[in-house]
Design a protein around this ligand. Structure first.
Ligand code: MRU
Length: 341
């Protein structure tokens, strides 16, 4: 990509503005924390690992913009960690950078420099995790597989090759991927706008389908594997991911198709027992009642617009992380993945 998903340039957090894709590959320069919070809320930067990296850079930004860097880091952390509630990586990345800032302040070192170093470390760790997840997941992809994926999980959500899409791309390079089915992912079309864009650039044979067409693909026997990412994996192995993921898991079970989740251990939240305890982000009704800026439902229509749903562990065949694979998915195996990180 001409513009990196998230980076730090000349004292600002610079994002590839994902709201402009696939038409334009443009930078969004966030020179203060408010601009970054707005970018996160509008999904100019999105996807769990990228949110972790952006949040950490945001703490460095807050520290570098304030007369008292530690106060700047703390204020930034408070605003950023709640900008979106469901993806645990955001709060995780923010906390890691803030901890580095606090340790530096205690030791009399430069707070902003320490927060920036922590953010850079998170980005490097994320890039390395992408490669390791793909390597661990590859043996789970059957030769000649037609793979169905949901939302967007490639380089646009990561400092590396991504989560689920990183595995799909590795399967393509290994010559074992027959076809990629891309769910359009209503209402914000991360599949149509972003995954189809990434698949085209990677030369991966793919077709785009309306979310509601997935059932007919399973019924016709045209899916051998479902691969998705996650915004949070709870201690019991519940997977919180883009709305529509649960429907795919139910379909996969009904048709005897494996359902694999690819996510770094930074997405595992052992402090949250199950998906019932996760705050699910609900977004503006206009995202559903309008299309391309034009109202498509009668004025006053009330929308139901949760951004994420919960897939229980019994429907998940395997969780693939950079430290290994949990299969079957249960609390002990999820904890072991984290312990070896
Ligand atoms: O609302 P988004 O676009 O941030 O949602 C992103 C997803 O649901 C991804 O599938 C998820 O973050 C996993 S990819 C790392």
């Amino acid at each position: 990509m001409a513009v990196a998903t998230v980076c730090w340039t000349a004292g600002a957090v610079v994002l590839l503005d994902q709201t402009k894709l696939p038409d334009e590959e443009t930078e969004l320069v966030c020179r203060d924390v408010a601009a970054l919070v707005d970018a996160i809320k509008r999904l100019a930067v999105r996807g769990a690992p990228a949110l972790g990296v952006a949040g950490a850079y945001g703490v460095a930004l807050g520290a570098s913009r304030h007369d008292d860097p530690l106060t700047g880091a703390r204020d930034a952390a408070a605003e950023l960690s709640v900008a979106r509630p469901t993806a645990v990586n955001l709060a995780w990345g923010v906390r890691a950078a803030l901890t580095a800032a606090e340790v530096a302040a205690e030791a009399g070192r430069d707070v902003a420099v320490a927060a920036l170093a922590a953010a850079r470390g998170i980005a490097e760790q994320d890039a390395a995790a992408s490669d390791a997840m793909a390597a661990h997941g590859l043996p789970l992809v059957p030769a000649g597989a037609r793979v169905l994926t949901h939302c967007n999980t490639g380089a646009l959500v990561s400092a590396g090759g991504g989560t689920a899409f990183g595995l799909v791309a590795a399967a393509h390079r290994a010559g074992i991927l027959r076809h990629l089915w891309v769910d359009e992912t209503r209402p914000l079309l991360q599949g149509a706008r972003l995954t189809a864009w990434e698949a085209r650039r990677a030369g991966i044979p793919h077709s785009l389908l309306p979310d509601g067409a997935a059932g007919s693909l399973f019924a016709r026997g045209e899916v051998e594997l479902v691969v998705i990412g996650a915004d949070r994996i709870c201690a019991d192995g519940s997977v919180v991911n883009k709305i529509g993921s649960y429907s795919l898991a139910v379909l996969a079970e009904a048709h005897g198709v494996p359902f694999i989740v690819v996510a770094p251990t930074s997405t595992i939240d052992l402090a949250t027992a199950s998906g019932d305890d996760v705050e699910i982000e609900h977004r503006a009704g206009e995202e559903v009642t309008s299309y391309a800026g034009r109202a498509v439902a009668p004025a006053g229509t009330i929308a139901y617009n949760p951004a994420f749903d919960v897939t229980p562990p019994r429907l998940v065949t395997a969780v693939v992380t950079e430290t290994g694979v949990a299969r079957p998915v249960d609390a002990a195996r999820i904890a072991a993945l984290v312990a070896s990180s």
